[in-house]
Design a protein around this ligand. Structure first.
Ligand SMILES: NC(=O)c1ccc[n+]([C@@H]2O[C@H](COP(=O)([O-])OP(=O)(O)OC[C@H]3O[C@@H](n4cnc5c(N)ncnc54)[C@H](O)[C@@H]3O)[C@@H](O)[C@H]2O)c1
Length: 422
């Protein structure tokens, strides 16, 4: 059953429908550079398996996500969309989707309470499949809509944090359906977490502050895929990364990669900027603020808005003000002040343009094909990873776009044992 645009309009919650034309232009720009989604993924979804399926798409709502929504809708799915974070929705994009007949529940500036309500509106549409980010919809379905949660046929999850949440549910015996850890596909975390977050985070920090990278010392908390990417781009632009890790092997890796490595208490007094990338809570908390260099710039690249404990910072400050769009100054003792970018939300998305389009083209190819695998394959309840041959096919499709073809390994090359040994 296809709903009319008027039905969709009346059911949706968006800020301003008059922004639709502006949003449509941005989605078209995303389409032009999302070649994998627009060709290879469209072909695979064209097998009829998506036809009539109810899919909830809960990812940061901007142009690239919107293009994925249109690809799913074009394949015949009934798509309902919400943003995965209250600070990152683009109202013009939400308006454009509604104009195309796709239901949306998301607004940029209405705060956490409205965001929670919007997610529950999406839940109440009774999706069969969820394409999630941070497991934000899945966890709310589990907590607030247990019958709808039990009726889910599958979830595909985009982030490190969300996969950790799904694995906790599975370990507790509370995951009654199969979930695909899209984040764990090689075509996702090797490129999105590393190059996508690396480039877009540094780009957002420099744009928000209008400052220069050469000469800056930048503490990176967490040296996972995101931390590695941040360090690469900081160094490439002339800055010096100082890595803070709790995992000794990853700390050693950072050291072998040629970066400075230090404990947090040693890194902070020496850092002009601090970027959190742990996926956990309060990586930078109350006890750390006095250690910061006066004028230090703090930004978060991890999933939670709570990696920097902004609430504790506000409580410790005798004054706070907006010194520039997206930059809040907190005055601590005397002249000591620190600056927080994008309110502590993901700086590359809340304070910037998000990942480059070509990176999200790869990530969303993984998400779409993970969802497709859940629809067409037989998976037991639990957390699964996309089969390697699908990952390989996505990588091949990406290389082919740039005219790159690969060799096949020959039988002789594949033999690993010298013939005279056997
Ligand atoms: N901003 C974005 O667009 C974006 C994109 C991809 C992933 N993410 C998010 O970024 C976060 C990190 O992702 P990842 O793939 O690098 O994860 P990861 O698990 O590979 O790496 C996280 C690292 O942080 C370390 N760590 C955890 N707590 C720490 C602490 N208190 N101090 C120091 N180190 C600590 C861990 O040991 C680990 O090495 C996740 O929340 C993920 O969802 C954000």
């Amino acid at each position: 059953m296809t709903a009319s645009v008027d039905d969709v309009r009346s059911r949706s919650n968006i800020a301003d429908p008059t922004l639709a034309d502006e949003g449509a232009l941005a989605i078209e720009w995303a389409r032009r550079h999302s070649v994998i989604l627009d060709t290879f993924v469209r072909d695979r979804l064209g097998d009829g398996s998506v036809e009539g399926r109810r899919i909830a798409l809960v990812v940061h709502l901007e142009a690239k996500t919107a293009f994925l929504a249109t690809v799913l809708a074009d394949a015949g799915a009934e798509v309902v969309v919400a943003g995965s974070n209250p600070h990152t929705t683009r109202d013009e994009i939400a308006a454009a989707l509604v104009d195309r007949g796709i239901e949306v529940h998301s607004t940029r500036l209405s705060g956490y309470e409205a965001w929670e309500k919007h997610l529950l509106h999406v839940a109440d549409r009774g999706p069969e499949y969820v394409i999630d980010d941070g497991a934000e919809l899945t966890m709310r379905l589990a907590a607030h809509r247990p019958e709808l949660f039990a009726a889910l046929r599958g979830v595909s999850e985009q982030t490190t944090t969300g996969v950790a949440r799904l694995r906790s549910l599975a370990e507790a015996g509370r995951l009654p359906f199969p979930a695909m850890a899209a984040n764990d596909a090689r075509c996702k975390h090797l490129f999105d977490n590393r190059y996508g977050t690396g480039q877009s985070t540094i780009q957002a920090i420099l744009n928000l502050t209008n400052l220069l990278m050469p000469g800056k010392r930048v503490a990176i908390i967490g040296y996972g895929w995101v931390g590695r990417g941040l360090a690469t781009y900081i160094r490439a632009m002339g800055g010096t990364p100082i890595v803070v890790e709790v995992d000794p092997v990853r700390a050693l890796e950072a050291y072998m990669d040629g970066h400075e490595v230090a404990a947090l208490a040693d890194a902070l007094p020496d850092a002009d900027m601090v970027i959190t990338a742990t996926g956990g809570l309060r990586a930078l908390g109350r006890s750390h603020f006095p250690l910061l260099r006066p004028g230090a710039i703090l930004a978060n690249a991890g999933h939670h808005d709570l990696e920097i404990d902004v609430e504790a910072l506000a409580a410790a400050a005798h004054e706070q003000d907006e010194v520039r769009p997206g930059i809040t100054r907190y005055r601590l003792d005397g002249e000591h002040e620190v600056l927080v970018l994008a309110g502590g939300a993901l700086v590359n998305i809340a304070g910037g343009l998000g990942h480059p389009i070509e990176i999200m083209d790869l990530s969303f190819a993984v998400q779409a094909l993970s969802c497709h695998a859940l629809m067409t394959g037989e998976y037991r309840p639990g957390v699964h990873v996309l089969e390697p041959h699908v990952d390989d096919a996505i990588a091949r499709a990406r290389l082919a776009i740039d005219g790159i073809e690969l060799d096949e390994i020959s039988k002789e090359q594949r033999d690993t044992i010298d013939p005279w040994i056997v």
